[in-house]
Write a protein that binds this ligand. Structure first.
Ligand code: FE
Length: 337
């Protein structure tokens, strides 16, 4: 009898011990799935841990693999937060029921409305501008004006584009559908295709290299690719042009994050999300990849600032997701491969 009691006591206290330590361990960590590579996230996570004592565990992979994993894991997922580039991907994660709405005054204040989900399931944390880059030996900036103008005959055989398979271009075209309607957007994309100097290229850097080599005169890329290339070789005859400044503004997209629907540390995940939107982390998040802070109160990195100020398009980026399928079909019809 006594022995049984002791055993019970032992079992109960052992259970209590594991419950308690289990909970403590839960309370002190947050698990992140990130499509941003380690070097682009670790500095912010370290700063967060230093300030709060909350550990950040993370796994990095491409966005397709992470979304598939979240879907497969369902309610058993260890992930509390998803970080990925492009609003199209964030929208797809929300649409698949993998994220949950976050009500946060801090996020509402730090992140402009067009850079976050209207249902608060994802939040942009850094801005990526998809703009015109031109060869300074072959183009005068006065010749340039808008994305739409790149469809006009004067750019015949002078344009390079990255493949339409990349979500960046799908989002760009989706936002053009939102702005102009489908028929008009299709006319523009057809015009681009007609002006191509080469077949669509595999990535933004390749497109920039073609422009620098004079194989084409202009292209559309995210500015951080331009920044990386210019840091390697400042003598390249390339410059940034900010289009649509008298119209809707420059097409922007985001890197951003959402809190997973079934994560076990949602409170800590929201805390991390708020931290990432704050002045303590915004420069770390944006500058490390030569992006623009999403929080408009934060100063832009000096090298990035040297490319000049611009007006950004303020249409809500949820459109990039909503109209992505239509954009893919449109680009196919237009012969944009
Ligand atoms: Fe990129």
């Amino acid at each position: 009898m006594f022995k049984l009691k002791m055993n019970n006591f032992f079992v109960i206290s052992t259970c209590a011990f594991f419950l308690l330590t289990g909970q403590l361990a839960h309370a002190q960590e947050v698990v992140v799935y990130s499509a941003r590579i380690e070097q682009l996230i670790k500095p912010m996570f370290d700063a967060f841990t230093k300030e709060t004592g909350i550990k950040v565990k993370y796994t990095t992979d491409n966005e397709g693999a992470l979304l598939a994993r979240l879907e497969a894991e369902g309610k058993n997922t260890p992930a509390d937060m998803l970080i990925t580039a492009d609003a199209g991907n964030l929208w797809a994660a929300a649409r698949a029921g993998l994220l949950k709405p976050v009500q946060s005054e801090v996020l509402g204040k730090n992140i402009p409305a067009h850079l976050r989900d209207p249902q608060n399931e994802w939040f942009g944390l850094s801005i990526r501008a998809r703009t015109i880059i031109y060869n300074t030996n072959k183009v005068k900036p006065a010749e340039l004006s808008t994305y739409e103008d790149l469809a006009s005959p004067k750019w015949n055989n002078r344009l390079c584009l990255r493949t339409s398979k990349k979500v960046y271009n799908q989002s760009l075209v989706a936002m053009m559908i939102a702005e102009h309607g489908e028929a008009e957007a299709e006319k523009i994309v057809k015009g681009w295709v007609g002006n191509l100097a080469t077949d669509p290229l595999s990535d933004d850097t390749r497109a920039l290299e073609f422009v620098a080599a004079g194989k084409c005169d202009v292209t559309l890329v995210n500015t951080y690719y331009f920044g990386r290339l210019m840091q390697k070789d400042p003598a390249l005859p390339l410059a940034v042009f900010w289009p649509n400044q008298s119209q809707g503004g420059v097409h922007v997209n985001v890197s951003g994050a959402g809190v997973t629907r079934y994560g076990k540390h949602s409170k800590e995940a929201i805390q991390l999300l708020e931290f990432l939107s704050s002045d303590k982390a915004q420069n770390l998040f944006a500058d490390v990849n030569m992006e623009y802070p999403a929080n408009p109160n934060i100063k832009v990195d000096a090298f990035v600032a040297s490319w000049g100020d611009f007006k950004q398009n303020s249409m809500n980026l949820a459109k990039a997701g909503e109209l992505q399928a239509a954009a893919v079909k449109l680009m196919d019809r237009a012969g944009y491969r």
